[in-house]
Design a protein around this ligand. Structure first.
Ligand code: ADP
Ligand code: ZN
Length: 751
């Protein structure tokens, strides 16, 4: 069979294979095949879904025919394909797996449905998203409505609302005006209002009513930052910015203004935030400012809902998308600006499956699409600030809090003198005092559960997870001992497996115990706790934060969750019960993490009229991460940390890659790690690659979920050499099947 040039296509399949494949297209399918659609193809003895990349030149070989075309319209544009290719190449992943990760999972539900429809002999038509798509009536004021002087009562109020808001759905009007049916009918009859019926998507925030929020007049620093971002958007050039503003300095207001500018220019905007559930206020502010045209992608969405949001974006029905890391793939076209809020957050890194870092990809995508990229933070990554100092990012500073609010007064308390006590006298007094004055307090302890360390008092046996190299944590409310890394748990109380003794000592305090102690310390105080035990389920965080906002909580205890970007004016005291949990991690970024966490939680204090106070307890009170945080001295911290990085050759003075190996048995993984390291060293010699190879060594977390873990750390100042070496390694590395290998480019931790 001979094919014309257009009869042969290149496709990528979502399988762990580092190459693409060519297929021929039978005549009757040719009209339907386009780059960006999915096709069903024979693959070995199986049939798989593939993504059409484009036409391919004839190779003369015998090609198989595709079986079916699965989409009417392309799922990705050529520009997006270029982005996917970049990701595949940089993070060393098969292109087909990258594309699969980038597309919403719900899309597969759709194609399965369309296949059954076809099997039933029905016409292949566009399938609607099922229960998430509803038909709804929309009302809009007509041109003549402005002069309608004779409308009165509820009709007049509805008309005014429509004139102000452009249009409104029936359900919205129902929620705003009781029984609007009759007045609406009259308005429609008088041709003051038109109505049409449209397909709508289920709105995850539908129940909430957002008060319109007018833009604030920017202060001088905000204006200066805004002007430079807006100018870049107007020029349609790639321009990367660091917006470095202390907590409460008005960064979000700058984003909102810049996005307004982009939207006015007919461009779109992408906003990345670490975790939507933790930042209901951010979403609320966007929703209030922009009454329509926003898609919110958050982890609480079902696959169907996520697909709905994706489709609205793909069809160009929205111009702003907000979401956590995977929103970096939101199919916005004509991007004017990408905002990465809290750019320092480690959660921008996707660690499973196709690994990527959305913060880094924002810069890549912005460059490809000639957009402004704004990385915002009060505590930028060391690498980000370094890049700004060296002119790779434009620096925009907001050194002061808006409305001249002072930064909170902060003290570090030496926890070594505390022995077994949880609260120093200063912290206990401050909590009591703040309660008396009607202020709210936040208490951070970055360990959940009741006791984090269980020891048999008779024989000294320590309760460990059989699957992970960590100790078990006692959760009193659930009456079990849990592993925080896998789903192992034991009923509590348990007898000691070593000696059958029943005198189990509970050491190491978690948030659950802290809650008890606070209740004891402050009888009558309204105490609440926010950690992943109390926030399970949709809207869990928002519920607690709302109670805080409405003043129903006096003391909120929590893990790092409470440190995130909330703005609650009633909070006048912040206590860090123990700053050591993160500081002692055996990781090159533990000082940075600690500085960030402490600074962020400090930033929650004193956002209202009353000044705030912060007390930090730590076993290493002189450590620069704590001292600099307490002094609100980011640059001082940067100077301390950068010299450590330089000495140790860590980023920004090198790029890192981690080769992780794991296996359910200990001996084979050690053996494999030795072989992998030897192979890497041999390849380095042959290729003359300038890469430092450290290890192999057992990972600091030596066992997780029943798998023993070893690692090899690669450091290099030369991206090309690193990549050449790792690509060659991936091609030739062929360990026993029981060994799992993954290559983590730019790891955010080395645990
Ligand atoms: P950040 O994102 O830096 O923490 P926000 O943008 O949330 O700061 O601003 C903190 C508070 O100050 C918010 O309540 C915001 O509405 C308000 N705000 C921001 N900019 C201004 C301004 N120029 N004038 C008045 N209030 C402002
Ligand atoms: Zn475990």
């Amino acid at each position: 069979m001979t094919h014309t040039r257009t009869g042969i296509i290149e496709i990528a399949v979502p399988l762990p294979l580092d190459r693409t494949f060519h297929y021929s297209v039978p005549g009757h399918l040719r009209a339907a095949v386009r780059p960006g659609v999915r096709v069903f193809v024979p693959f070995g003895r199986r049939k798989v879904t593939g993504y059409v990349l484009g036409p391919a030149p004839s190779t003369g070989g015998d090609l198989k025919d595709i079986i079916e075309v699965l989409d009417d319209a392309p799922l990705f544009t050529p520009g997006e394909l270029a982005f996917f290719r970049w990701i595949a190449s940089y993070y060393l992943h098969p292109l087909g797996e990258v594309i699969k990760t980038a597309l919403p999972a719900g899309i597969n539900l759709e194609s399965r449905r369309s296949e059954t429809d076809r099997a039933g002999g029905q016409e292949a038509e566009t399938i609607k998203g099922g229960r998430n798509v509803l038909r709804e009536r929309f009302y809009r004021a007509t041109e003549g409505a402005t002069e309608a002087a004779s409308v009165r009562g509820k009709g007049a109020r509805i008309l005014l609302y429509l004139l102000e808001h452009g249009e409104a759905s029936r359900s919205r009007l129902n929620s705003l005006f009781s029984n609007p049916a009759a007045p609406l009918k009259r308005l429609v009859e008088r041709r003051l209002v038109t109505v049409d019926e449209r397909e709508v998507y289920r709105d995850p925030f539908a129940e909430e009513v957002f008060e319109p929020d007018p833009p604030r007049a920017l202060n001088e620093c905000q204006s200066a930052a805004y002007d430079r971002i807006a100018a870049a958007i107007s020029r349609g050039e790639f321009a990367p910015f660091l917006l470095h503003g202390v907590t409460g300095s008005g960064k979000t207001e700058v984003y909102l203004h810049a996005i307004t500018h982009a939207v006015r220019m007919g461009k779109t905007a992408l906003v990345l935030t670490p975790e939507i559930a933790l930042t209901p206020q951010l979403v609320k502010r966007f929703r209030s400012r922009f009454s329509h045209g926003i898609a919110v992608l958050h982890s609480g969405l079902s696959p169907g809902e996520r697909f709905d949001e994706w489709r609205r974006i793909r069809r160009g029905e929205v111009s702003i998308a907000i979401g956590a890391r995977s929103a970096i793939f939101a199919p916005l076209e004509n991007l004017g600006i990408i905002v990465v809020d809290e750019e320092h957050e480690a959660s921008y890194k996707q660690c499973d499956g196709v690994t990527y870092n959305a913060r880094d990809l924002a810069l890549v995508r912005g460059k490809m699409e000639k957009a402004a990229v704004v990385l915002g933070s009060a505590t930028p990554l060391i690498t980000t600030f370094y890049a700004a100092r060296h002119g790779k990012l434009h620096y925009l500073g907001l050194p002061e809090r808006v409305r001249g609010l002072p930064l909170p007064e902060t003290r570090i308390l030496d926890a070594r003198r505390l022995k077994n006590m949880t609260f120093s006298a200063e912290l206990a007094d401050a909590l009591a005092e703040n309660l008396k004055n009607g202020g709210q307090s936040l208490l951070l302890l970055n360990r959940r559960g009741f006791a984090t360390f269980l020891v048999c008092r008779d024989c000294g046996h320590v309760f460990r997870c059989p699957n992970c190299s960590v100790t078990l944590t006692y959760h009193r409310a659930r009456q079990r001992h849990f592993c925080h890394y896998c789903d192992f748990s034991l009923p509590a109380p348990s007898v000691c497996p070593g000696c059958n003794g029943s005198d189990i000592g509970l050491f190491g305090k978690g948030t659950e115990r802290l809650e008890d102690e606070v209740r004891e310390l402050l009888p009558g105080a309204r105490v609440a706790r926010m950690d992943s035990d109390t926030t399970a389920g949709r809207g869990g965080h928002a519920r607690i934060l709302k109670r805080l906002e409405e003043g129903h909580i006096d003391v909120l205890i929590g893990t790092q969750m409470i440190a995130k970007g909330h703005d609650y004016p009633g909070v006048t005291l912040v206590g860090v019960v123990s700053a050591d949990a993160t500081l002692n991690l055996p990781d090159f970024r533990s000082a940075e993490r600690t500085f960030q966490l402490v600074s962020q939680v400090m930033g929650r204090a004193g956002r209202g009229a009353a000044p705030g106070k912060v007390l930090i307890q730590g076993m290493a009170p002189d450590h620069y991460a704590l001292a600099r945080a307490a002094a609100h001295d980011y640059e001082g911290f940067f100077d301390d940390e950068i010299s450590f990085r330089e000495e140790a050759g860590y980023p920004p003075f090198s790029r890192l890659a981690l080769v992780n190996l794991s296996c359910t048995a200990e001996q084979p993984v050690e053996q494999a790690a030795l072989e992998a390291a030897a192979m890497l060293r041999e390849m380095r010699r042959v290729m003359n690659a300038r890469v430092e190879i450290l290890g192999p060594a057992p990972a600091p977390l030596a066992k997780v979920r029943g798998r023993f873990r070893w690692q090899i750390l690669l450091k290099s100042g030369n991206r090309t050499d690193m990549k050449k070496l790792l690509s060659a390694f991936r091609t030739h590395w062929n360990p026993l099947r029981i060994i799992r290998t993954n290559v983590d480019i730019d790891p955010v931790d080395t645990l």
